[in-house]
Design a protein. Sequence first.
Length: 177
Amino acid sequence: MPEPDLVRTGVSGLDTVLSNGIPRGNVILLEGAIGTGKTTLGVELIYRGATLFGEPGLIVLFEVSPEKLVRDAARFGWDLPALERDGLLKIIFTTRQVFLQELRQADSLLLDEATRMNARRIFVDGVAGVTGGSGDSAHEPRESFQVLVEGLQREHLTAVLAVEASALNAEHPTALP
């Protein structure tokens, strides 16, 4: 059996727990209550990927401003603006509706940017609204989640999607498979 292509996280102890990393191209759902460190872990996965393994990454935000994210990351010694200048990171601040629409389009600006910078990883913070919790009744949560996953896999991105546990359970108790 061939060796799996694993994405090492670079997070102390996490690769050991994950049997040396995440299979490349997988989509990982990171669920937790407010304040449990989902955003910090997601940003660290992108930061470590860029700094330790030379893997460019995208961070997609819907609620937390890029300025706050950069400020909070600096407290850990992570210089996100330097990574952006070096083409190893792109922080995208958008709406959930625009993000989902971008993933549906063949000529997506977001996916074009991922290709241009040769992104290998993506962290999406606050994905519950993308999967149907945004008031968009035209799309079933499972369908929206599938669109999200297909869009990310089309670009061969290893993805970490953060979702607030209470948002997922309150809005759609059976929203995700």
